[in-house]
Write a new protein. Structure first.
Length: 78
């Protein structure tokens, strides 16, 4: 039951995924560091800080995906 399935990923799709992963990771790390600093312990970033930061970053990621989708649609129409 260990069949290998061949498939191809469009280059544009792969680039978008890489961009989104990077955007999300960078924002989570930056926000978690800010939350730690705001809590008075800038040297100690906790799992709680990362959870809070991830929740914020999800909203930003969703907005970035939608913005990129609109931009791509505009370029196709041109």
């Amino acid at each position: 039951m260990n069949e290998k399935i061949d498939f191809r990923i469009d280059v544009e799709a792969a680039k978008a995924l890489i961009h989104w992963k990077s955007l999300f990771a960078d924002e989570v790390a930056d926000s978690a560091s800010r939350l730690a600093a705001d809590s008075g312990q800038p040297q100690q970033v906790t799992l709680s800080h990362y959870r809070q930061a991830a929740q914020i970053a999800i909203r930003s990621l969703s907005a970035a995906i939608l913005d990129q989708e609109v931009s791509g649609d505009d370029q196709k129409a041109a």
